[in-house]
Each structure stands twice: as C-alpha cells, then as structure tokens.
Unconditional design. Sequence first.
Length: 262
Amino acid sequence: MSSLTTHPAATPRATPRPSGGGLPGAVAAEWTKLWSLRSTWYFLLTAAAVMAVTAGCIGTVTHDATASVARPATLATVYGVEFVVAALAMLSVTGEYATGSITNTLQCVPNRARMLVAKSITLGGVAFAVGVVLAVIGVAAGGAAMDASTFEMSYVAGQVLAIALHLALLSVLTIGLAAIVRSSAGAITALFLLLLIVPMILQSIPADFFTDLAQFLPQAAGSQFMADEAELYGPVTGLLILVAWAAAFLTGATVVLRRRDA
C-alpha cells in the first residue's frame, strides 16, 4: 500500500514595496516631470521678461518720490507676472489630462490627496524660489526707471519675500482649480474670472455688501498682503485669506478627484 504524501500549498511571497515611495517619491516624480518639459523654461523666461518690462513701465509713470523701489515689482506681480506663473502651475495638471498621462500619474500615486500635495509642494516651491528672482528683477527694473524713490533694505527684502510667497500660494490655488476643471481653456478662464472679472463686477454693484465681499477674494487678499499696509485689513489677514483660498481649492480638488477619477 503506497502512502500518499501531501504537500502544503505554497505560500505566495509578499511583493516587496518599492523604495522611495510615499510623498517624497511623489514629489521627486513631479520634480522630474516639471523640469523635463521645455515649456517650463519658456514660462520662466516669459515671467522674467514680463516682470522687467512691466515693472520698468510702472516705474516710468511713478512720480511719487516717497515710493519704494519695490512698488513697481509688486504692481507688476499683480497685473501680469502672477498669471504667467499660475499658467505654469495650471499646465502641470491640465497638460496631463490633455495627453492622457494623468492615468499613469494616478496609477503611480493612487492617493489623490498625496498626488495633489506633491504637485503643490513642487510647483509652490518652484514658484517661491522663482518669485524671489523675479522680485529682484522687478526691483532693479522698476527702481532704475523711477525718477525718485526710497530704498530701505529691510522693507525691500520683505516685499521680495511677500511677492515670492504670493506666487507660491497662487500656484497652489491654481493646481486645485485646474484639477477640478481639467481643461486648460476652462482653468485659465476660471482663473481670470476669479482674480479679475468677479471682483470688478462686485465692486461695480452699488451695495456695500458686494463691495466688501470683493475685498475677500484672492486678488484683493494678495494685494493687501504684498502692500504691507493696513488699507483694508492688513498683510497678516491678507495672507491668511490667501492661504484659506488655496486650501479650499485643494480640498475641493481632492473630493472631486476621488469621486470623478476613482
């Protein structure tokens, strides 16, 4: 009588987790994607040109001898440069939807919140660093074009950092907006509406409520933060409002991605 020997079923080996994952890995991937695109360099060069030309033009028409050399750079940021930097952040999201590479991104980083945070850290960090350089360019170009001005190192340094932080927070806000809208045309239209058109409409309505409401939109908050003057509610409140807007759009984008792109 032959004995029947049974062998225990083979236990499958656990698949080892790849190293370098998590948030640091997602940030590294976003960093690689950002700097591998030629458009990134085009946007940065365009932002530098817009800052130099716009700040120089503003400095030429500024005849206030008490104005700081940083004032033209601040105004140039609000009326031109911020849209170029925001467009770079926007394309980091909408460009992936246009090419279909968003599928690979979400497969590699299935956690939607982590993916958005990684993009925000990368684009926000780049926008801050680039913002410092752009602000210095604006101060130099604007100051050179002004007939008379004032220069206080501590104030100018504060304005340079304020411009850089404003651009970083606006980039984060734009990432959230772009993730919700998905298309480049829709995202840039929504951004123009939020930053320019809606405030103009609200301020044109002859009612204090709508005029006051316009002061709490991102553009007014950013202007108050960079102005370093308590014209409405001061720079600290302006910064907090801008942070709240960026956080709100990122939160909304996370919810939308989980429901729509699951």
